[in-house]
Design a binder for this molecule. Structure first.
Ligand code: FAD
Ligand code: NAI
Length: 475
């Protein structure tokens, strides 16, 4: 006998579990199905983000940053550390505990919102005028029906052809987050977000890290003023980043991994490392969903095709997050999940895709929202630019972290803010002011006229706004 629901959500990552909560708040009877298991075989909702993505990577970034501070920067504060030691096992165990707290938090939220959670794989069986039949396979197979379905099955790491992840020597994001001891040498293919974050973790913990990037430009999607500053900082820290390479054969043995490649000058090279992280993008998860049973259309990348409202081609089936087009970011998935629940309830759920911020949690952090200088030039839109270096900010000097800047771009005529780009301390927090300002269509003058607390890093945002009008006060 099938259990009947108003809405079934497949996937309990940030897109799915948030959609389920919002739908329950709106009065629907909701089921959420997720197959992720922890080491003990128990349910581990939260998806990539909670289990092998945002949360564990930030836990390790924090631990490794503490170590780096103690080893290299405490002395300038007059703090001596004798016999400093580091235990990777403890760091990994702490990271696992942080993950578990988040898994448990989501299970609690399901209970609190009266959402029925199924631990197992969800797949489409059939559809009729009443809705959809879904099968849940797992320890306890179930059959459920729902009038509407939200697919939030996320994404998985993309492997290079012929180089499967063994998670011992050749690592995806999953293996990269549970290496038992610092490798002496670490190779990374792809200097995107994962490459830089995970490369930073293991460099701080003592690995000699080389990143091989196919494109000739470092962080091509980032404002190039900011990307150049970040590249300088990473190189100074000891991250070796080779751009414009062509990766050839990769051989993994018990002892090491060798990567044959051609460098930007066309010279044949071989990199031999203890471990290799492959971070060359992610692929949408649709395997096992049996989307074909009800005729859901996929695009050429294997992502579920949706319109700007997250509607698939099958009425009553919606899809959100990494499994659809757009940036693969947790907050984008959440926004879409909330909007879909509201649309099912007849409300006007809304996601502004132009205002989805990006953050790379390296040190310095990189964060941006809106258009880059290169995008504005390409589109021919006239703009004014202003930037302010953290070197001239009192709080940054007191923190001892003066790398980077805030850069603001505003329309040449109307002064509307079109983009804000930050590289430097706490960029992840500072970017929110820019998001709020841009959501309210603020001008750079609006920010320049708002009182910002002193001393604070956010004064750099105000100064960047003043710089748009060529009138910084402190630089
Ligand atoms: P997912 O989080 O992938 O969740 C999908 C869930 O669906 C999974 O639990 C999966 O097991 C389950 N599932 C799949 N198919 C089925 C099925 N048929 N039946 C049942 N369950 C199924 N983003 C940020 O915004 N900030 C960050 O700092 C950040 N850091 C990251 C670090 C790393 C190392 C990685 C890999 C990613 C990071 N991301 C970050 C990206 C972020 O994790 C994703 O954008 C986000 O998790 C997408 O959410 P989602 O709900 O679409 O999918
Ligand atoms: P990515 O798309 O960020 O970077 C992949 C990089 O690999 C690109 O620079 C690309 O040019 C390069 N590349 C691709 N094929 C290559 C090849 N054969 N040889 C050499 N270089 C090659 O992908 P990544 O780092 O795997 O991360 C996936 C996604 O996960 C991100 O795009 C982001 O959406 C999400 N993420 C977000 C984070 C955050 O918000 N802080 C953190 C980590 C991941």
């Amino acid at each position: 006998m099938s259990q009947a629901f108003d809405i079934a959500v497949i996937g309990a990552g940030p897109g799915g579990y948030v959609a389920a909560i919002r739908a329950a708040q709106l009065g629907f009877k909701v089921a959420c199905i997720d197959e992720w298991s922890n080491a003990a075989g128990g349910a581990a909702p939260g998806g990539t983000c909670t289990n092998v993505g945002c949360i564990p990577s930030k836990a390790l970034l924090q631990s490794s940053e503490h170590y780096e501070q103690a080893a290299h920067h405490f002395a300038e504060h007059g703090i001596g550390v004798k016999g400093l030691s580091m235990d990777v096992g403890t760091m990994i165990a702490r990271k696992d505990e942080v993950v578990k707290q988040n898994n448990d938090g989501i299970l609690y939220l399901f209970k609190k919102n009266k959402i029925t959670f199924f631990h197992g794989r969800g797949s489409f069986v059939s559809s009729n005028d009443e809705g959809f039949e879904l099968a849940v396979t797992g320890k306890k197979p179930e059959s459920i029906t729902a009038r509407q379905v939200i697919v939030a099955t996320g994404s998985s790491a993309r492997a290079l052809p012929g180089v499967p992840f063994d998670e011992v020597n050749v690592l995806s994001n999953d293996g990269a987050l549970r290496v038992g001891a610092t490798p002496k040498t670490l190779g990374v293919i792809g200097s995107g977000v994962i490459g830089l974050e995970m490369g930073s973790v293991w460099r701080r913990l003592g690995a000699d890290v080389t990143i091989l990037e196919g494109l000739p430009t470092f962080l091509g999607a980032v404002d190039q003023h900011i990307a150049k500053e970040a590249h300088k900082a990473f190189t100074k820290q000891g991250l070796k980043i080779e751009l414009g390479v062509k990766v050839g054969e990769i051989k993994s043995t018990k002892k090491n991994v060798s990567i044959a490649y051609t460098n930007a000058k066309g010279e044949a090279q071989t990199l031999v490392v203890d471990k290799l992280i492959v971070s060359v993008g992610r692929v949408p998860n649709t395997t096992g969903l049996n989307a074909e049973a009800i005729g859901i259309k996929l695009d050429e990348r294997g992502a579920i095709e949706v319109d700007d409202k997250c509607r698939t081609n099958v009425a009553g089936v919606w899809a959100v997050g990494d499994v659809v087009r757009g940036p693969m970011l947790a907050h984008k998935a959440e926004e879409e999940g909330v909007a879909v629940a509201e649309r099912i309830a007849g409300q006007h759920g809304h996601v502004d895709f132009d205002l989805v911020p990006w953050v790379i949690y390296t040190s310095p952090e990189i964060a941006w929202v809106g258009k880059t200088e290169q995008q504005l030039k390409e589109s021919g839109r006239a703009f004014k630019a202003g930037s302010f270096p953290f070197l001239a900010n009192g709080r940054a000097r007191a923190l001892g972290d003066t790398t980077g800047m805030v850069k603001m771009l505003a329309d040449a005529e109307t002064d509307e803010i079109l983009g804000v780009h930050i590289v430097g301390p706490m960029a992840s927090e500072l970017i929110s002011e820019a998001c709020v300002a841009m959501a309210f269509k603020a001008s750079s003058e609006d920010i320049a006229r708002i009182c910002h607390a002193h001393p604070s890093l956010s004064e750099s945002t105000k100064e960047a706004a003043l710089a748009v009008d060529k009138r910084t006060l402190n630089f």
